[in-house]
Design a protein around this ligand. Sequence first.
Ligand SMILES: O=C(O)CCC(=O)C(=O)O
Ligand SMILES: [Fe+2]
Length: 293
Amino acid sequence: MATHSAEETIEPAEGVVSSVSYKDPDAPKLFADSLHRTGFGVIRDHPIPQPMVEGIYKEWLDFFQDDAKHKYAFTRETQDGFFSPEISETAKGHTKRDLKEFYHLYTWGRYPAEVSDAARRYFDLAFDFATELLGWIEDNTPAEVKAKFSRPLPQMLSGPQHTLLRVLRYPPLTGDEDPEALRAAAHEDINLITLLPASNERGLQLINSNGQWTDVPSDFGSLIINVGDMLQEASGGYYRSTTHRVVNPTGDGARRSRVSLPFFLQPDPDVVLSERYTAGSYLDERLRELRHK
Ligand SMILES: O=C(O)CCC(=O)C(=O)O
Ligand SMILES: [Fe+2]
């Protein structure tokens, strides 16, 4: 039987992100409710092994500290590979580049010889789990909202070929950064949902329903899931693509790298999201805004 004790509310305010145990029979509903209320949900006791995540953090940190990464420089045509801090993203509506470097992994893309296949194995596990979560969302969406979906959410993907695993490193701060630059400026994700294991360092924040920045509950070992613009568009705003950012650390944390592993679940390009957009036309528009195109 489900009990309320299995759901931990993080802050005693309205609209707080719920942390739910994967093993709770009510998890699908609690999770979908949290996405509806806050745009974010947190899952504990999930099937993605934590040692795998930690191993990826460790070996990719070494990779980012090695010049070999430049062999895999991203290309405009394919959008896979290594993005250096010099060409890192500028969030929509911002002028300063984020203080980060990252590698875009696609199932069909280049994979660095310098690391083990753990990130590839992670990709497969994350894809299966994310597809299961789309089923949870589908099953717990009110009928009038579900009627807007051009097909059931798990069927918006024929496979993982458009989905992106981004391995991100935020380097230690030197003190010479532009005072207005952040590790990741306020933004929304473009895709359907994003899966993100808690990072090795703090810093992830969301704008809550009162318009205030608050920390996303990020207990090490838990998975954070957030709604992207495409799910917001497809659900007519029932699920909100909540603005989030990664703030710069102060004190000791400033001398450490932060690693994270967002997995952006992407529908097939021909999927109709709304009267205005297919997934393909939507993605094109947003990538142009990010200045990668
Ligand atoms: O690094 C993080 O914790 C979040 C990264 C993020 O929001 C993104 O890359 O879209
Ligand atoms: Fe994001």
